[in-house]
Design a binder for this molecule. Structure first.
Ligand code: PLP
Length: 823
């Protein structure tokens, strides 16, 4: 972005400027809203955004240390002497104002895209198709929210001559703000589906709200076939003097008529516009790709009078991958794969992820980068920018691959190596050269960097547990929405976060500002501390032998008996410690750990009162049957008993003590008992007892190793249990009970999904393999197999195995690699 001074920003956002006057005229080169995306570098201003989930103000001290010059804040308490502050009422609105002001400098055409699906794909494809003729600035990834849109607009500058931005809304009132910021000249309404319908009274209201984006457009592109009511659009366009660029696939009345012929793996498209006919094809056959293509074609026809020039680009379109993939590499390396179509902003996001991953194990940082295409910047300037970005993130080394980046080698000021093609690199490749490094692999699609990733990836068998970290955050937020704003959340990360892996999960939860993490034993807590987790941690089953660790690593014990209390007081006395935080567990009916009788509780009270070494942070209990309505009377007795014990304890101490009793099912079913804190476990990982729209965060997948024909008189597997009654096809899958697959799922009890089709397990499950019947399913060896995940629910698997989802999740053995996905 072009630079503003701090004083100018303050004026634009109507803020009050506070702090060191001499800094007011510093030029700001960077706007940040996410503390993770800033490492060091030029002058930056941080907008401390506040939301129900996260409060930017809490990152200010850390960012001051990193050298951030200025902060836009809404809470005066954040003000200190070490930086400049711009105080505003609402920091999100301030960011939007700044972006709307910034936008006004640019006169080149801007395309605004909204609709329920396809926004990002249409944007990315247009960029692909038009990229050789236009210098395009566009929203990074799917930045289309109240915050994403202003950040996207702030990427604009005078090097570009076309902008493409997407806008997404979830409730009424939001689009007006986005319109002021994007102010598009050409509009694309992709479609109106059911997404976010819950916040709108009707589809009509939602359509009207979406249309607001196009208020000042000259042209609006939309499909007449998929619009619920074209009269709304007709009226809107007439009222705002917008030219309607409608299209149809069904021979309805429209400006452009498309007709299609599908073949095996491509679609031939014919478009008729102004009595001219155009023919082209795309390498897709699904309906949404075809719709997205029609939108793109129509947009091209608006921007250029020689549409034919762009038709070859349609044949080259590719699917858009928007997630980063984090994997274990060879020789203690860690890989971050980002195949997202390269641009500077996505590079900076990927670098921040790499940095977080590298920091926890002190790895050196290497990037393997291809030519970056179609950014609209002159080459030397582009690669100079990339170099400074790499230096900002303190990258140790770059390996550049591609003809163009090779010619720019001298721009890079770190350890470097360049290859003209991926094959050159592969020929040179030597495994020993890659040691204890975090490696970002980022290349435009046609460089096929997945082949480099395959070279660097630790070879494991094809079975893996894929963990979707975004789904974890969404699940957390669904639970937070059931709670009062102030209620604290303790996230249960015991047993490797219910089998999902520990540190990665804890990092995400820490960033989401959960108040506590809970582990079962001290070792688990130590591991988290070593990996840089500083959120308070409670240890549910502390053992005397681990007390020293509790103290060294500031892990707070659950005190469940008088003996344990005495031992712990003894240890803290030896170490000369005061006020060490502990948590008291009351047994209200589970008959597991906990203080049970009033007498025990009284003893504990008097011993703690007499010792300055420890301090009670919270009193808690655990429900035995929070998920079962038939046992609600018992649960209510537990609540009563808990509240009684709590008041005994609370009355005995002069300080405030938190209470908590709800686990996941408890939060869903008894939110009125949330007290000061709740303990969220299985819900985080996607299991709900009341049907909350949670997402399974784990997907256990493998690939078919072999397929074979089996005749009616043959059998499959041990003890000849797998019988077939006709000529059948059997697929072998390299995953067995040693990986945690329950043997009870064998013999037709369980099933898997391959190519969107169900296949039953046949015969006994073996130690490292099992077989499924794929007769007639047209599957091939190498096909991906889902054992559980989005299509085969863990609840269903648990039922078939005669157990509970907890056991299925935690039972996946450690030899199954966890792979983390993050958007
Ligand atoms: C595991 C555990 C929880 C979490 O229970 P979920 O049913 O997974 O939500 C809560 N409290 C205690 C004491 C636990 O051990």
């Amino acid at each position: 972005m072009t630079e503003f001074t701090i004083a100018e920003i303050s004026k634009i956002v109507n803020g009050e400027l506070i702090g060191n006057k001499s800094a007011f005229h510093l030029p700001i080169a960077k706007i940040i809203t996410d503390s993770r995306t800033f490492f060091s570098g030029k002058y930056a201003v941080f907008f401390a955004l506040t939301g129900p989930r996260n409060n930017g103000h809490s990152y200010i001290p850390e960012l001051i240390k990193k050298g951030v010059a200025a902060f836009v804040i809404s809470n005066q308490a954040a003000i200190c002497n070490d930086a400049v502050f711009i105080l505003v009422e609402n920091t999100t609105l301030a960011l939007q104002k700044l972006a709307a002001h910034y936008r006004k400098q640019f006169n080149y055409p801007v395309i605004g895209i909204t609709g329920s699906n396809g926004k990002t794909i249409v944007k990315e494809w247009l960029h692909r198709i038009l990229g050789n003729k236009f210098q395009i600035v566009r929203s990074p990834k799917s930045y289309n929210s109240q915050i994403g849109v202003p950040l996207s607009i702030l990427q604009m500058d005078f090097n570009y001559n076309l902008g493409i931005f997407e806008a997404g809304i979830s409730k009424p009132g939001e689009m007006q703000k986005l319109q002021t910021i994007i102010n598009p000249e050409i509009g694309i309404l992709t479609n109106i589906g059911d997404a976010h319908q819950e916040n709108f009274k009707s589809t009509q209201q939602k359509t009207e709200e979406k249309l607001l984006l196009f208020k000042s457009c000259k042209q609006l592109i939309f499909c007449v076939d998929s619009i619920p009511s074209s009269t709304i659009i007709d009226k809107f366009c007439e009222h705002n003097s917008i030219e309607k660029l409608s299209w149809t696939l069904k021979n309805n009345s429209a400006r452009i008529k498309f007709s299609i012929t599908k073949t095996d793996n491509s679609t031939k498209i014919s478009a008729t516009l102004n009595n001219q006919n155009y023919k082209f094809s795309i390498p897709f056959t699904d309906d949404s790709s075809i719709q997205n293509t029609c939108h793109c074609f129509t947009a091209v026809s608006v921007l250029s009078s020689s549409v034919t020039d762009f038709l070859p680009a349609f044949e080259q379109l590719e699917t858009i991958e928007m997630r980063l993939e984090i994997k274990q590499g060879i020789n203690h390396c860690l890989l971050v794969n980002d195949y997202y179509n390269s641009d500077l902003h996505s590079l900076s996001i990927a670098l921040s992820v790499l940095h977080q991953q590298a920091a926890k194990e002190h790895l050196r940082k290497l990037i393997i980068l291809s030519d970056i295409q179609q950014t609209g910047l002159p080459k030397d300037e582009l690669y100079k920018k990339i170099n400074s970005l790499l230096n900002e993130w303190k990258m140790d080394e770059i390996i550049g691959i591609g003809k163009e980046i090779s010619t720019q080698a001298e721009r890079f000021t770190m350890k470097k190596m360049f290859f003209e093609s991926r094959t050159d690199f592969e020929n040179y490749f030597n495994r020993g050269d890659f040691q204890s490094s975090a490696i970002l692999i980022k290349g435009a699609r046609q460089f096929e960097f997945e082949k480099i990733s395959a070279l660097l990836q630790q070879k494991v068998h094809q079975t893996q547990l894929e963990i979707n970290l975004n789904a974890l955050v969404e699940n957390l937020n669904i639970f937070k929405s059931l709670l009062n704003h102030k209620t604290k959340v303790m996230a249960m990360v015991k047993a490797f976060s219910y089998g999902s892996g520990d540190v990665e999960i804890a990092k995400v939860l820490q960033y989401q500002n959960v108040d506590y993490l809970a582990v079962a034993v001290a070792d688990e807590g130590v591991q988290l501390r070593i990996s840089g987790i500083d959120t308070p941690i409670i240890v549910m089953n502390p053992e005397q032998s681990s007390f020293q660790y509790l103290i060294d690593y500031q892990l707070e014990p659950n005190i469940y008996s008088i003996e344990l209390l005495r031992q712990f007081i003894k240890t803290t006395t030896q170490f000369g410690i005061k006020d060490f935080p502990v948590h008291l567990k009351i047994d209200t009916g589970m008959n597991r750990l906990g203080l049970k009788s009033d007498e025990e509780i009284q003893k504990v009270i008097s011993e703690i009162s007499a010792s300055a070494q420890i301090k009670i942070k919270s009193v808690f209990s655990h429900l035995a049957a929070s998920d079962d309505p038939a046992l609600d009377n018992f649960t209510r007795e537990q609540f009563q008993h808990f509240e009684k014990c709590y008041s005994l304890i609370e009355n005995a101490f002069p300080y405030k003590i938190d209470r908590h009793i709800l686990n996941s099912a408890g939060i869903e079913r008894f939110p009125e008992k949330q007290f000061e804190m709740v303990r969220l476990g299985i819900g985080l990982y996607g299991i709900s007892v009341t049907g909350l729209p949670l997402q399974t965060i784990g997907k256990l997948k493998s690939t078919i190793s072999q397929i074979k024909k089996v005749m009616p008189d043959e059998t499959v597997g041990y003890s000849r249990k797998g019988k077939v009654n006709k000529e059948s096809e059997i697929a072998v899958i390299p995953l067995g009970y040693a990986d945690g697959l329950d043997r009870k799922l064998g013999n037709g009890n369980g099933q898997v999904m391959i190519r969107e089709k169900h296949a039953p397990i046949i015969g006994n499950i073996c130690m490292d393999m099992f077989m499924v019947d794929v007769t007639g399913l047209k599957v091939h060896s190498g096909d991906s197999v889902e054992i559980f995940g989005p299509h085969i629910s863990i609840v269903e698997v648990a039922e078939k195995a005669g157990t509970i989802p907890y056991e299925i999740l935690t039972g996946i053995s450690q030899r199954v690699k966890r792979v983390y996905l993050q958007e």
